[in-house]
Design a binder for this molecule. Sequence first.
Ligand SMILES: Cc1ncc(COP(=O)(O)O)c(C=O)c1O
Length: 470
Amino acid sequence: MSNFLPNHTLDMIDQATMLHPVSSIEDLHAKGPTLYETAQGVTLRDSNGRDHVDMGAGLWCVNVGYGHDALVEAGTTALKTLSYQHHFGNAAAKDTVRLSERLVQLFHDQAGATHLNRVFYGTSGSDANDTAYKLVRYYNNLRGKTEKKKIISRIGAYHGLTAAATSLTGIDAYHKMFDLPLPDVLHTSCPHFYRYGKAGETEAEFTDRMVADLESLIQREGPETVGAFIVEPVMGTGGVFLPPLGYFEKVQKLLDQHDILLIADEVISGFGRLGHWFATGAFGLKPDIVSLAKGLTSAYFPMSASMISDRIYDVLSAKSAETGVFMHGFTYSGHPVGSAIALANIDVIEKEGLVAKAAANGPYLLKALQDVTSGCPFVGDVRGMGLMIGVEYVADKRTKAECPAGSAPHKIVSKYAFEEGVLPRALPFLPVNSFSPPLNITRAEIDEGVSRFGRALKCAEPELSKALQA
Ligand SMILES: Cc1ncc(COP(=O)(O)O)c(C=O)c1O
């Protein structure tokens, strides 16, 4: 035990030594950290011994729940067998090769994506999207289309926080401190019908307007300069936005017309969250690159995977003799311990039928949340797909009036929810609480979590009234 800071509590040491990711330094110094000590299934225990139903599955990632023996055993065995192996210079670890075969097979069988046949590994959703960003450049360089590099993302998108991924993210709060986005990333309209649909506009008309916005951006920039369009099939951190009616069919057509690649960021949606193995299958997408992370190992190991289409790989392969080594990769690319855990994780998802469970329990959670919020004048919309649900706040439910700037009703409710022992997430773009529990949550745990949330909402109402009617 170190005695660098003698007589300090853990709270004090945290405050004295840590810079937390996406956290307020001022808040840390005022209130200290929230320490968690143990977790099992869907429940986290904090350092005061209080239990919380984790309705976020961490950061949308603990798909098989906490403390699952099968993953712990797989990781332990892998650590004892081959604790590390890189993949540079065509070195390989057995479990990583097996995982690649498994992922390709899953995409063929469960998503109908027989054109995705190569896997590149990293350690986070952000670096998977950095890989996509670099692949778009390399692919078009190899084709002699050296101008075709711009990537279009969407306002409200979240693709991570490395420099390229931050740029792809479409939320200003992440950009402004760091002089981002990079100039070759552009953002088109956010296709969230509930908030951005115009009065009298049907959902189909809204879709057409969104697609027209994308088309005019492509035309303005020049299709010969646009390399890719990146999408979260269901937008998560922005506020759980489902694609409006017919959106992806129309977008895909437009991209094909202009030789623009589609990058599907399935960092949240992959591995069952939507009640389908992959959103690629659920929405009939034909992506050229799919970014995977989170649910790949249920966060038992930091790992990402990028599924790469034949159309990209064939160009890279054909030019390999000429260009030499593919100069991209990380120390931990294809880490054998992560691969063993990912294989065990996929086994658990299959054996426990977690994709079907998400499909069955998602609507149950959605209805429970709709019921428990129906009396609250500040909850405007409750929506979702599978176990990915958003509760959106408004100043007035009848008029859909926006919440005043800085009112942050979702953060107010989250504060009360913590006190009640349930953890929804408070998102950074629109005032939305998200619910994305582990896929093995039971109906009894859903009932308990939702009733705690209902109590929190009731307790929060006076403070919400003050904040929203100011
Ligand atoms: C859709 C999406 N893409 C990428 C990321 C970034 O992943 P990571 O935090 O592992 O870098 C996230 C994280 O929430 C995400 O939701």
